[in-house]
Design a protein around this ligand. Structure first.
Ligand SMILES: [Zn+2]
Ligand SMILES: [Zn+2]
Length: 340
């Protein structure tokens, strides 16, 4: 089968790989669509701590497809069923796993990052992932391409829930990429009063404007002067300046999520911490997602509560993965979906 394989020096190439066959408790999914994510771009360009020199890894962790084969002792999944695959699974019994927080398990694994993923014709879902409910059956009518990025939405749901956004809230989102737009959609769904999206790129803000978002081009005007204080700030951009500004623009009792990680060369960011104290701000960060967030996100999409198909700006054959990565890098795309 064809697969998009990462190896060092950091690069991705299409290689011929053997079709996996399922062992006891395992499932093989025929991939119908796989969405590219910022994580894939970072791995492709810089590598990943879990991939050793000389090792190869099939990327792809935002995957939907059809159950192709199953091993012994797999219940609830039958060949031909359409499924979405949540990538993160854990040991199943540590203090984090028993709380449902497999993404914080010391032995956490991620399909497409620490084990082979779905930028291929077929992907093997390991026994623990199957047992922990990572393979979720979809309604037969689901348009697979338009929900292929559900894992990204799961991470956004994870970031959104602790902010308790309600109908009286004014919200500011830094970043008009796919993640920022997903946060905007969730804010609309929650009925927030006023939701702004700030970005450095006018091109990026265009989609947000078309969706009806209130937008602001950063750098041109003072965000605080233009918008005033807000109740919730979401920093969905890798920007230390935005993190600092978030503390200033949040009003009393404001809630803030530093959702986007910063590049590894930025070790420390000086922040006016007295603002946290005197305004009694709640500042958090969230990372990855677990199966609870994944099911939550999947339900939002398959129930029709959210229609995010407009986020898919490019559908490319798997062989063109490098073109897809370039489209992301040059910010010419929102979600790029690869079809084997
Ligand atoms: Zn992702
Ligand atoms: Zn665990």
């Amino acid at each position: 089968m064809k697969a998009a394989v990462f190896s060092y020096p950091p690069h991705v190439e299409i290689k011929e790989k053997e079709v996996p066959s399922p062992g006891d408790g395992e499932v093989v999914v025929q991939v119908k669509a796989g969405a590219l994510c910022g994580t894939d771009l970072r791995i492709a360009r810089r590598g990943h701590g879990s991939i050793r020199e000389g090792e190869e890894r099939i990327l792809g962790h935002e995957i939907v497809g059809i159950v192709a084969r199953k091993g012994k002792n797999v219940e609830g999944l039958e060949e031909g069923m359409p499924v979405a695959v949540a990538p993160n699974y854990g040991c199943g019994k540590c203090a984090y796993c028993v709380r449902g927080l497999a993404h914080h398990c010391p032995e956490t694994r991620a399909i497409g990052v620490t084990v082979d993923g779905g930028f291929a014709e077929f992907v093997l879902i390991p026994r623990k992932a199957v047992a922990q409910g990572n393979v979720v059956v979809l309604p037969d009518t689901t348009d697979l391409v338009s929900i292929s990025f559900v894992e990204a939405l799961a991470c956004v749901v994870h970031g959104f829930l602790p902010l308790n956004v309600g109908f009286q809230d004014r919200v500011l989102i830094y970043g008009a990429g796919p993640i920022g737009l997903m946060f905007w959609e969730l804010c609309q769904h929650a009925g927030a009063k006023d939701v702004w999206i700030v970005d450095l790129s006018a091109t990026r803000l265009k989609v947000a404007e078309e969706r009806g978002a209130r937008t602001l081009l950063a750098g041109k005007v003072s965000v605080k002067e233009a918008i005033g204080l807000v109740d919730v700030v979401i920093v969905a951009a890798p920007s230390p300046e935005a993190q600092k500004e978030a503390l200033e623009i949040a009003g009393t009792y404001g809630r803030i999520n530093f959702f986007g990680g910063l590049p590894p060369q930025i070790k420390e960011v000086p922040l006016p911490s007295n603002l946290i104290h005197y305004k009694e701000l709640l500042v958090t960060g969230t990372t990855k997602s677990n199966n609870f967030h994944f099911r939550y996100a999947l339900d939002l999409l398959t129930s029709g509560a959210l229609n995010l198909s407009y986020l898919v700006t490019h559908v490319l054959p798997l062989e063109e993965i490098n073109q897809g990565l370039q489209l992301m890098e040059s910010q010419q795309s929102l979600k790029v979906v690869l079809v084997p």
